[in-house]
Ligand binder design. Structure first.
Ligand SMILES: C[S@@+](CC[C@H](N)C(=O)[O-])C[C@H]1O[C@@H](n2cnc3c(N)ncnc32)[C@H](O)[C@@H]1O
Length: 466
């Protein structure tokens, strides 16, 4: 590992005093990887029987598991391509459940890429309600959108906006908002040594300023009684307790809610704030020397005073369904019945939008609801996103591949597959029953519709055990 910055070492020694030795000892330890299963695709009982790697439960998160980073590469297993799980740093999994999301709610993930918290929230919403996942950087927004697709979320809207522009569009709209803020990343020095290079006291203060601006935008979008969760993956009090105390001073209608702390999770540190207010103990800190995971800080707040009522309009779903008849033919053939109802078209591209989808006019939107596919001349071509949100049992035409055979590798590399005894037309390709994407049977081969941008381009075949 790279050498830790002298200024950081001195600062942590001053802050942690007797604890500093234990804290710095973790930089010599091997850390554990984390993965979180997707309950929209598999339940924990089945997963624990079927997991291809030995796993251990993460005690502070439902559906989260540790794995050995030295021995396994779950990112190369077909279940990853099928969105059966999301690879996420264990401590990071603690944050999103604090929103206590219920199906049907309107939730905003304001700093969302690559999508760890978005996918976790999406699973809690159970495809009901609205999840706006926003990312300011275009390239990262694309990755976020791909992860939302892989997870099979049907009610997510992925935007690429600044927090300020989003705040103009969604005044007092959301029930729950998460600000997983860009930060100096001190808590990730073990995982992402590049963060070490960026570290300086000035960078910490620049992050603080940015974080306060993002919170200013977030609070405008929260409804009365709405919940706001703020988190960072850094230790610096300037970006944690001190951001929260300034925020509470500025917005007296926001109140801190106590976070329930299980074993290894500690209170925030009032003594590291300017005002030393005791209530900062309600925030939480995750330390690498207290649990198996990296460093995190979380605060949970509630808007207690009235907020102006939201006048965000809902998206108008076209009543005339005639232009969609080629899609309906596809639905009948593939599913035997109607599957999606809120269908809208953007040119020839069809989407299914979540119920009560807000009007998105003027926003940069990368994905809204389920991208069903495209109307081409005399035919409908299904999109990858539609395949990944389906369950094998819903589909009439399926080619089942197995994770312990090599055809799934050929498929994600973009090769054709043999199609003995299959009817001509679209077929869903699955691995051990989990959808991987589409193929089209033509005579005795399956043409490959795995998206070009997602194909496995490397020569070597993916291996799961190192
Ligand atoms: C800690 S990461 C988010 C991680 C994500 N929530 C997850 O769980 O996968 C912070 C994100 O904020 C974005 N960001 C950077 N500057 C921002 C700004 N001024 N406003 C909003 N987001 C910003 C970064 O590009 C980054 O993707």
């Amino acid at each position: 590992m790279k050498k830790l910055p002298d200024g950081f070492v001195k600062k942590m020694n001053d802050l942690l005093k007797d604890e500093a030795e234990d804290f710095f000892a973790t930089y010599k330890e091997t850390r554990l990887g984390g993965l979180r299963i997707n309950p929209l695709k598999i339940q924990s009982e089945q997963w624990e029987k079927q997991s291809p790697f030995p796993l251990k439960n993460i005690p502070f998160v439902e559906n989260g598991y540790y794995y050995s980073l030295e021995k396994y590469e779950p990112g190369k297993h077909p279940y990853h391509f099928a969105g059966v799980y999301y690879i996420q740093e264990p401590s990071a999994m603690f944050v999103a459940p604090l929103l206590d999301v219920k199906p049907g709610e309107k939730v905003l993930d304001l700093c969302a890429a690559p999508g760890g918290k978005t996918t976790q929230i999406g699973a809690s919403l159970k495809q009901q309600g609205i999840l706006v996942a926003n990312e300011i950087h275009p390239k990262r927004a694309k990755v976020l959108s791909e992860n939302v697709e892989r997870f099979g979320l049907q009610n997510a809207i992925v935007t690429n906006e600044t927090p300020e522009r989003l705040a103009q569009h969604f005044p007092s709209y959301f029930d729950k908002i998460i600000v997983d803020a860009p930060c100096s990343g001190e808590g990730m020095f073990r995982k992402d040594p590049e963060a070490i290079e960026y570290w300086s006291e000035q960078h910490v203060l620049a992050c603080q300023k940015n974080q306060m601006n993002i919170l200013d935008a977030a609070v405008q979008m929260l409804r009365e009684d709405g919940i706001l969760v703020y988190s960072t993956c850094t230790f610096s009090p300037e970006e944690n307790e001190q951001v929260i105390e300034r925020f509470l001073d500025q917005y007296p209608n926001m109140e801190l809610i106590d976070i329930e702390k299980g074993k290894g999770i500690e209170n925030g540190r009032p003594e590291w704030s300017r005002t030393k207010r005791e209530e900062l103990k309600k925030t939480a800190r995750l330390w690498p020397h207290k649990l198996d995971g990296e460093g995190h800080f979380v605060a949970k707040m509630k808007k207690s005073a009235p907020a102006p009522s939201s006048d965000v309009k809902t998206f108008k779903i076209p009543k005339n369904k005639k232009p969609f008849h080629l899609y309906f033919e596809f639905e009948r053939e593939m599913f035997g019945d109607r599957m999606f109802s809120n269908i809208v078209n953007f040119g020839n591209v069809l989407h299914h939008l979540p119920d009560y989808c807000p009007d998105l006019t003027g926003l940069k939107v990368l994905r809204a609801g389920v991208h069903l596919g495209e109307l081409k001349k005399n035919r409908f071509e299904p999109n990858h996103a539609l395949g990944l949100t389906l369950k094998k049992e819903q589909v009439n035409h399926v080619l089942e591949l197995a994770s312990d055979e090599t055809n799934w590798i050929r498929y994600i590399k973009g090769e054709t597959l043999p199609a003995k005894d299959l009817k001509n037309g679209w077929t869903l390709i699955t691995v051990d029953g989990f959808p991987l994407g589409w193929g089209k049977v033509v005579q005795s081969i399956i043409k490959n519709y795995y998206p070009k941008g997602l194909r496995w381009m490397k020569e070597n075949i993916p291996v799961v055990e190192k």
